[in-house]
Design a protein around this ligand. Structure first.
Ligand code: DGL
Length: 261
């Protein structure tokens, strides 16, 4: 039993899509979220840079007393989770594109995946793809520019609509029946994607699975909170607080702080 917070980090505000799943699956747990927006996007950075930034974020969450770390970023998970687990003793939960269910349920044997360059070029992604999707054609598209627009609160702009459409239309033309969202910023694009994709295409993201796994690992390590009242949540950003404010529920907006980390 442990009342310390679940630490969550992302290159920016996208990991709040994971925070929302965790807060609803584990309502009594306290959480502490770091948005490294100053250094976003991670997807264009080298593996070494992503490892260094992930270590920095983890050290900050450990300094806050977090009991477990959720790497709410596909790019950081696929490039740095091995190094994080080797370096720190506390448990880590990562997020990877959900290729496995898409490959399992596809009828057209074609699935699309939208992710950052850093995720799609990682060894971990290649391994997962080989393992679960070797009988399936995986159409990989780098969502260049999408994270930047979401960070700038331009999610519902014409610029976003056109850019996103230019990424998904070629996949639709190739007859995908599943689209895997391989970046934690992208669940915020689901309303737009639903407008532009044919109805039969399933959109898959890993948020709920990560929350379920977080619960399982807390139980395994006997780290669940004994509290029976709603947890408290803190959010830190090292850039403007506006982007977080625009994306979080009203009652959480007062818990946003600017921090130099
Ligand atoms: N949310 C991060 C991810 O899941 C965004 C990566 C980036 O900063 O480029 O990959």
């Amino acid at each position: 039993m442990n009342t310390n917070a679940i630490g969550i980090f992302d290159s920016g505000i996208g990991g709040t899509s994971i925070w929302k799943e965790i807060a609803s699956t584990l309502p009594y747990e306290n959480t502490c979220y770091l948005a490294d927006s100053k250094n976003a996007p991670y997807g264009k950075r080298s593996k070494d840079e992503i490892i260094a930034l992930s270590i920095k974020n983890t050290e900050q969450l450990i300094a806050f007393g977090c009991k477990i770390i959720v790497v709410a970023c596909n790019t950081a998970t696929t490039n740095a989770i091995k190094e994080l687990r080797a370096r720190f003793e506390l448990p880590f939960i990562g997020i990877e594109p959900a290729i496995k269910p898409a490959a399992l349920y596809t009828k057209t044997q074609k699935i699309g995946i939208l992710a950052t360059k850093g995720t799609l070029s990682s060894q971990l992604f290649a391994k997962t793809s080989d393992l679960y999707a070797h009988h399936t054609e995986v159409i990989e598209v780098v969502g260049a520019g999408l994270v930047e627009l979401i960070e700038q609160d331009k999610t519902y702009s014409t610029e976003m609509y056109q850019l996103l459409e230019s990424y998904v239309q070629p996949m639709v033309a190739q007859n995908i029946d599943h689209l895997v969202l391989g970046c934690t910023h992208y669940p915020y694009l689901i309303p737009l994607l639903r407008q532009m994709l044919p109805k039969h295409i399933q959109i898959i993201d890993s948020g709920a699975a990560v929350a379920k796994q977080t619960k399982a690992i807390l139980c395994k390590h006997q780290l669940t909170t004994p509290n029976t009242t709603t947890g408290t949540h803190r959010f830190y950003t090292n850039s403007s607080t506006t982007a977080l404010k625009n994306i979080l529920p009203t009652q959480e907006q007062l818990a946003i702080r600017l921090l130099d980390f």
